[in-house]
Write a protein that binds this ligand. Structure first.
Ligand SMILES: [Zn+2]
Length: 555
């Protein structure tokens, strides 16, 4: 059990952090004994725990008492090194000039930013940044795109876990990993342009022609695409007048069949726009006119029905839902009406969002959001692959989005070749295997058709995810799984105060994979030797098999 000492103003972020690092903890009570004390305030604590951790980016009374000269850095941000990983720190940091066991170093200056002192009876770690301030920053503003590729929140969890287990303290955890799979893969599709026939003499049509004719040629010359793709795009450009006259097939129209074919046996989520010809609002007033979609969800009712029957999810691709609760209710109601499903999730068109959006969406009845990501790059805006509860929300969960096809390939963004995109995505799959969580991908409706033809890269990504054993879920299923994990509570066993029990407290249906209980530094005699790795033993558990899993930690 971890006892946490933090300022009352940080309680919300402490609670959310320990939903993501799902391990027994409580706010410190002076009459209790803890194996680990995590001190994040300015309090000077003389705990008798096996490990005491002081997290702060400012000098502490503890530092003065230890007479360790420190060097406060009020930098904008810096990067720390941890066992080959880079961790950006956005708040204040402290450097330690005289140290024992160095844990973190500044990437530039090589100064120590954290150390572990095991010379005394209980170990003491001093980490020179404000853990909960960092987590708050990640879950609210998010990371700048320069650090997009770093799963910072997962690394903060990893450091804390490593410190505890490295000191030989038993630790139990429910990792963000479904039983039977190393991670979750969530395939999603924003439906922006389900028909090129609807685009006559507008921004989208001219964009299509420019890219199909000129960009394709330039990409062919630079060997980024083959001759067959060049020919396909030129033919599509020639065909366009005939599509407009109704004499040729609309090559953006059958996106549903293309995805159903590619994702055979899997499930994905389509976010559809509720109303046509409405650009909506941005923070300054009216959004640019070309944000308006040429279709409304009712125009593709047949497609929505086909997807629903096939077990796919249809969510809201919102226009004004992010800033106006009344508009959000109307947009959600349109999707509910057309799908006959009451629980609707949201991703905002053009990823419009602000700090008040979680409250607005929650008030209007959305069950989750999946907007937090980048338009211009790929990666981890919130520093995590886990679904989390935004600090302003009480029930709404956020399923962060990590990869958008347009960010990979558009020259104004990353402008990658298919080969470089595959390498980048492969690295992200590696991180999903390492940390668990849900790797969320957005491939647009028209991206398999001319002029994009981003078919092969998507097909290969799905194959890679299959090869690595992912559980393919819709966004809604992933959210349900995370809710199940969040419902786990740890209880002290009344018969044996040294033992802790974990139980699932909410029912989430039988179709979801189970959970895992991971035990580090388990005693030799532990009954949980079901699956062993070098570092931990693991047991699967589920709500409807046995609600109560006793676990023998803390001995
Ligand atoms: Zn969109």
């Amino acid at each position: 059990m971890i006892g946490v000492i933090a300022d009352a103003s940080e309680y919300d972020v402490v609670r959310e952090f320990f939903e993501l690092f799902k391990t027994p903890w409580e706010f410190y009570q002076s009459d209790r004994q803890y194996e680990v004390l995590l001190v994040a305030g300015n309090d000077l604590v003389y705990g008798t725990a096996k490990l005491v951790l002081f997290y702060s980016g400012r000098m502490l009374p503890f530092d003065e008492e230890q007479k360790i000269p420190t060097d406060p850095e009020e930098n904008e941000s810096c990067i720390l090194s941890y066992e080959g990983n880079r961790i950006p720190i956005y708040g204040d940091t402290v450097r330690f000039k005289e140290t024992g066991n160095v844990i973190l170093t500044d990437e530039k200056t090589h100064e120590s930013a954290a150390y572990l002192d095991r010379s005394r009876k209980g170990a003491v770690a001093r980490i020179g940044y404000d853990l909960f301030g960092e987590v708050r920053m990640l879950l609210t503003a998010g990371q700048p795109s320069a650090n997009a590729t770093i799963p910072a929140l997962e690394l903060h969890i990893a450091i804390l876990r490593d410190l505890i287990t490295g000191c030989g303290v038993p630790l139990i955890e429910v990792p963000p990993v479904p039983d039977g799979y190393p991670f979750i893969a969530c395939l999603t599709h924003d439906v922006d342009n389900p028909s090129i026939g609807q685009h006559k003499w507008d921004h989208t049509m001219f964009g299509f022609l420019y890219r199909a004719v000129f960009c394709s040629l330039s990409n062919y010359i630079r060997k980024q695409i083959g001759f067959r793709d060049l020919l396909t795009n030129w033919m599509a450009a020639l065909k366009l007048p005939f599509v407009h006259l109704g004499l040729a097939k609309d090559f953006w129209r059958d996106f549903d069949d293309c995805y159903l074919e590619l994702e055979k046996g899997l499930r994905s989520t389509f976010f559809v726009i509720p109303f046509q010809n409405n650009p909506g609002r941005n923070s300054l007033g009216q959004a640019p006119a070309f944000r308006a979609a040429r279709y409304g969800a009712a125009d593709i009712l047949e497609t929505i029905q086909k997807l629903s029957v096939a077990g796919y999810e249809v969510g809201l691709h919102g226009i004004d839902a992010w800033l106006d609760a009344a508009r959000a209710r109307a947009e959600l109601e349109e999707i509910r009406h057309l799908t006959g499903v009451s629980d609707i999730g949201v991703r905002m068109h053009w990823l419009y969002y602000d700090q008040r959006s979680p409250e607005t969406l929650e008030k209007s009845g959305a069950v989750y959001d999946s907007t937090i990501g980048y338009n211009e790059t790929v990666g981890y805006r919130a520093g995590t692959m886990q679904a989390y509860k935004p600090l302003a929300a009480t029930r709404l969960l956020e399923l962060p989005m990590h990869v958008m096809d347009t960010a990979l390939f558009y020259p104004a963004y990353l402008g990658l070749s298919a080969q470089r995109a595959r390498t980048l995505l492969g690295g992200m799959v590696d991180l999903a295997v390492r940390f668990g969580g849900c790797f969320t991908i957005n491939w647009h409706d028209r991206s398999l058709a001319p002029e994009r033809l981003w078919y092969a890269c998507y097909r290969d990504l799905i194959q890679e995810l299959k090869n690595r054993g992912a559980w393919f879920s819709t966004a809604g299923q992933a959210i349900s799984w995370f809710r199940k994990r969040r419902s786990v509570v740890f209880e002290r066993n009344s018969a044996d105060p040294a033992a802790v029990c974990a139980k699932v407290t909410a029912h989430h249906g039988h179709s979801l994979p189970g959970l895992r209980l991971r035990i580090y530094n388990a005693p030799e005699s532990s009954e949980f030797s079901v699956r062993c790795s070098e570092k931990y033993v693991e047991v699967a558990f589920n709500s409807h098999v046995d609600n109560r899993v006793a676990c023998e930690a803390n001995r």
